[in-house]
Design a protein around this ligand. Structure first.
Ligand code: NAP
Ligand code: MG
Length: 486
């Protein structure tokens, strides 16, 4: 006789986040009020206001960029790499010490499950600082010449899906290479970057080396266009990425763009199906599907499509959707009402174009922004749900018969950020990896991140790489400065 045990809620305490009523900008080593209109950051799982956050005006951007330039000229670019490394190690260790606080704060502000912020985001933040601390004194051995030079002031603009992790991806390599930073977090998730600023202050980084300016897109645009900024690193939508590329054309500023994706996760008939199901779930329901490299197109070999879909639906039915602070939660809240509306609209386009919708029967909370995990089958390549980035917990299933057909369908996208392949055959993995136009190809796994592995895209997914030895290039003067350089 089998017995089913019910889950009891196991909520993490929100007090651990040490939430304050107000947060200030971080400029030139100090927390100050900006002269922009303050913004309110909400908890997307409850719609309550978490805190009021001071924002930057154009004159604040100028003050921050000048502070970064001073810090660059006077201290940071002149400091031996071994000394810069000590600061990065210190930040990494302080992130570890405050890991629980950062994880709870991230889940509150972003809506992602505590299981993910605790076990994925925050450990990876520390790992990125550790990894780049290791590079700071070894740059002459990185393959960019015997004495590679930093660029100057890096303007960095990040999205809301991995707020603290994206800040770490941007700040750690910039500092390791000797650049100084002005970073703009996303409007809906500014809090964890401001706590990172506290850590940076406590680590006694020289004032101005890192500046953090909350605000909306106009603050980002101001930063992009500031004449004293030498490099822009942007992660976000393809539309804004194109806008930035246009406005930087001819300025000589170095640019890296990490944009959207519509990754194919390809499952062959010889794949271990139960393992593949876990990988498909992790590929598209991790972080509510708010992942630029999400495996949002499942390409499944026709002979196993029915069996795989059956297994997938029964597994997805067990995902628990709800309170991000509950340690049992698998899928948390959609980050904003705007994003929820977008997911709803694209799913309706799937219905209208004739795809077959299956929705997990999970209960949803009454308040907050939630969307039940959804799988569309009978999807054709022309449908919007097969072409556009949904950025939510929605999977589009397409079938194929031969490996050649799998490759041509996988590559039938304007994006090219990531891909997955599931098969027992090593030779087929290599064959597929050579042919799929994607910056990262995962084999028999998905959504694995590591600071040593370069990450980045082809085509409309952007250019430039972040992470590993290759990622250092984006922050060093390698003679190829100018927009669009790789
Ligand atoms: P977004 O508008 O591109 O936002 C990314 C960052 O750029 C945010 O900090 C944003 O500020 C800022 N920004 C907006 N307009 C700007 C401008 N003209 N100049 C400089 N910076 C600007 O992306 P989103 O609105 O958050 O999301 C929309 C779509 O982008 C998503 O549905 C998804 O398709 C894609 N996306 C991709 C990634 C990724 O990792 N590749 C991440 C997030 C979103 P605000 O926060 O004030 O808007
Ligand atoms: Mg928020």
């Amino acid at each position: 006789m089998s017995q089913t045990w019910e889950y009891a809620p196991a909520p993490e305490s929100r007090d651990i986040a040490r939430l304050r009523a107000g947060y200030q900008m971080f400029v030139d080593g100090k927390f100050v009020d900006g002269s922009g209109e303050p913004l309110k950051s909400i908890n997307p799982a409850t719609e309550e206001v978490l805190a009021e956050v001071s924002t930057a005006s154009p004159s604040d951007v100028d003050i921050a960029v000048r502070a970064a330039r001073r810090a660059y000229d006077r201290t940071w670019s002149k400091m031996p790499g071994a000394e810069r490394a000590k600061y990065l190690y210190r930040i990494a260790r302080m992130v570890q010490e405050r890991a629980r606080e950062l994880a709870v704060l991230e889940s509150l502000d972003n809506g992602k499950p505590i299981r993910e912020s605790r076990d994925v985001d925050v450990p990876l933040v520390a790992a990125h600082f550790f990894h780049h601390a290791g590079w700071a004194d070894k740059l002459p051995y990185a393959g960019y010449g015997p004495d590679p030079k930093p660029l100057g002031v890096a303007g960095q603009i990040i999205p809301w899906n991995f707020p603290l992790l994206m800040a770490a991806w941007k700040i750690a390599p910039a500092l390791a290479c000797g650049n100084t930073v002005v970073l703009k977090p996303a409007e809906t998730t500014p809090l964890s970057a401001l706590v990172l600023a506290e850590i940076i202050q406590q680590a006694e980084l020289p004032p101005g080396v890192v500046n953090i300016l909350p605000g909306a897109g106009d603050v980002g645009a101001e930063l992009v266009n500031h004449p004293l900024v030498n490099k822009i690193a942007f992660t976000g939508s393809t539309d804004v990425g194109k806008l930035i590329q246009r406005s930087l054309a001819g300025t000589g500023k170095k640019l890296t763009l990490e944009l959207g994706g519509k990754a194919a996760n390809v499952v062959f008939d010889d794949a271990p199906l139960d393992q593949a199901v876990e990988g498909i779930v992790n590929g598209v329901f991790f972080n509510q599907g708010h992942v630029c490299c999400a495996g949002s197109r499942l390409l499944v070999q026709e002979s196993i499509a029915d069996e795989l879909l059956g297994k997938l639906r029964s597994r997805v039915s067990t995902l628990r959707v709800g309170d991000p602070l509950d340690k049992n939660t698998d899928v948390g809240a959609i980050n904003s009402r705007e994003q929820l509306d977008r997911i709803v609209a694209l799913s309706e386009a799937g219905d209208a174009e004739g795809a077959e919708r299956w929705t997990s029967p999970c209960p949803l909370p009454d308040k907050g922004f939630f969307f039940a995990p959804t799988v569309f089958s009978n999807v054709s390549q022309a449908m919007r749900i097969a072409r556009e980035e949904i950025f939510g917990p929605v999977l589009s299933v397409i079938t194929f018969r031969t490996p050649d057909e799998a490759v041509s369908k996988a590559n039938n996208t304007p994006y090219g950020l990531s891909a997955g392949v599931w098969t027992e055959k090593g030779s087929r993995i290599l064959w597929m990896a050579q042919r799929m136009r994607a910056g990262v190809v995962w084999a028999n796994t998905f959504n694995r991140f590591d600071p040593t592995a370069p990450f980045g895209g082809y085509q409309e997914s952007g250019f430039g790489r972040e992470g590993g030895r290759t990622g250092l290039e984006a922050y060093l003067a390698t003679g190829d400065e100018g927009v669009g350089s790789r």
